[in-house]
Design a protein around this ligand. Structure first.
Ligand code: SF4
Length: 505
């Protein structure tokens, strides 16, 4: 039997001034693996007069009390990727309650959700949530327009909000089955990334990388041990570049806990790191070459030699790792079939060293990146490349479904017509054909958005701090197969006011 502890239960809603339904548009176990969702839950519930209860897709009523959504004053939702938009709207259905949304996808482009949301948080929750609570208690959501929130009715422009320091979340929900923990404690050891991979949304909105202090990690791990967690999931989009990863692993080992690692940049992984990870119980290395082609490595600005992946796989094998997961992307700008063949060759070489599982996803353009204007590759081309991968690779392979990439593109780089589409079409079956025909009935041509250079209306509403000309230059450099160094190597002045730089001066 599954039980959870660590949350807020058995409360009388009449004792609270503000009752918030906190939605996560995914199943329960995914929700407890979302740092943003948990952070929101604990921050809201720490405020006097505020009661927040969680809702997920596979549990009827709130997790805490089984209450219905209509028993709450308003709804706050976190959305991690674009495919969650229609799920979120189905959870709410026709309920008329104010909806406030945050998370990476809406931070990059808040327009598609603007047809249903009262306010959209753009940036880091730690900074935005206190503003939100204040505005809610004063019943003045419009005041958020100057505090990092896009207010659709005002169509205001917001600066992307970033915290200046990250503190790992201490208190977290523990889920047990027959008294054995089945979820992991989430330990954030870095946020953002300064390498500048041209396809990556996190890398351009959360740039440069930010690491927490070691002492805060120690406190979080003490909390995890005390609460009964047995395994720590290290969170960080560029964890391997963080100077504290090894210290974190050491602290995990000293406490008798196990660790799971996220995807690591191969050129930042050495045998000392591998040994520590193995000592902490990790047996799988997750690496994301994205491509095996030197040309495409330059195009995407992730120029890590194939030799690095072979070295890491070999060192992993020698030091006790059992498996490698490799992540590739197809459909990248300027990719041709022969580039894909290079990816297959790399995957086979790694597989000759260690058990290897491959995932192939499809490039989806993201707002606010140098590739924001690039089209989604055509279906027959992507399918041919995935089939080439399947035929050439001598092992297990998971490939993204083309329809998902098509729909994600619409919500990733759509404008106000997509806001209308989402508001009216959230119940349309989640597939490309149904989406296209429903859009046609509204007079919207989805193929025009997906397959062609498009308008970029999010620039009117979100200021990420990155200079727009810089992104254009990055696209030019991509077309010439030229790379640009990451922040840790050399500052290339992507922003006017980089606070990391001002700290260094
Ligand atoms: S201004 Fe320099 S240090 Fe700051 S994010 Fe841009 S490249 Fe990195």
């Amino acid at each position: 039997m599954i039980r959870e502890s660590g949350g807020f239960y058995n409360r009388d809603p009449r004792n609270y001034e503000l009752r918030v339904a906190l939605l996560y548009p995914a199943p329960y176990l995914a929700s407890v693996n979302s740092l943003g969702h948990q952070m929101l839950y604990f921050m809201l519930n720490s405020v006097d007069g505020v009661m927040a209860e969680r809702f997920v897709t596979d549990i009827r009523g709130s997790i805490e009390s089984g209450r219905s959504l209509k028993d709450f004053d308003l709804i706050i939702a976190t959305v991690h990727f674009e495919g969650q938009y229609p799920i979120l709207l189905r959870m709410i259905s026709k309920l008329r309650k104010p909806l406030i949304v945050g998370g990476p996808a809406v931070s990059a482009n808040p327009i598609p959700i603007s047809g249903v949301a009262k306010a959209v948080g753009v940036g880091d929750g730690e900074v935005l949530i206190p503003y939100l609570i204040e505005a809610l208690l004063e019943n003045d959501l419009d005041s958020l327009s100057s505090r990092g929130f896009f207010i659709p009715s005002l169509r205001n422009k917001v600066s992307f909000t970033r915290t200046r320091e990250i503190n790992p979340l201490r208190r977290q929900i523990l889920v047990t089955k027959d008294q054995i923990p089945i979820n992991k404690f989430l330990l954030e050891i870095s946020r953002g990334c300064g390498w500048g991979c041209r396809f990556c949304m996190i890398g351009w909105h959360w740039r440069p990388r930010l690491d927490p202090n070691l002492s805060t990690l120690e406190e979080a791990l003490d909390y995890a041990t005390h609460a009964g967690f047995q395994e720590i999931y290290i969170v960080g989009s560029d964890a391997a570049s963080s100077s504290i990863l090894k210290d974190a692993l050491q602290m995990i080992i000293e406490r008798g806990l196990r660790a799971s690692l996220p995807s690591l940049r191969a050129d930042q992984v050495d045998s000392e790191l591998i040994k520590l990870a193995v000592a902490a119980g990790e047996r799988t290395l997750t690496l994301a070459p994205e491509t095996g082609s030197d040309k495409i490595k330059h195009v995407i600005n992730k120029s890590i030699d194939n030799e690095e992946f072979l070295r890491v796989a070999q060192e992993g094998k020698e030091n006790g790792m059992k498996h490698v997961k490799l992540y590739f992307i197809t459909g990248l700008p300027w990719e041709e079939d022969e580039d894909l063949i290079e990816s297959v060759k790399l995957a086979n070489k790694v597989r000759s060293l260690i058990d290897t599982k491959v995932t192939v996803s499809i490039f989806v353009p993201k707002a606010g990146t140098p590739f924001e204007n690039m089209p989604l590759e055509r279906e027959h081309v992507v399918k041919r490349r995935i089939s080439l991968f399947r035929k050439g690779f001598r092992g297990r392979i998971n490939a993204m479904h083309y329809g998902r990439a098509y729909i994600q593109t619409i919500f990733s780089v759509g404008g106000f017509e997509i806001a209308r589409f989402l508001r009216e079409g959230y119940e349309v079956p989640y597939n490309k054909g149904a989406y296209r025909s429903f859009a046609r009935s509204l007079g919207i041509d989805l193929d025009r958005i997906v397959y062609h250079r498009r308008d970029t209306p999010w620039w009117d509403f979100v200021d990420t701090g990155i200079r727009r000309e810089y992104l254009s230059k990055e696209l030019d450099r991509a077309s010439r197969y030229e790379t640009t160094p990451g922040c840790d190597i050399a500052c290339t002045r992507c922003m006017e006011n980089c606070w990391i730089l001002s700290k260094k001066v």
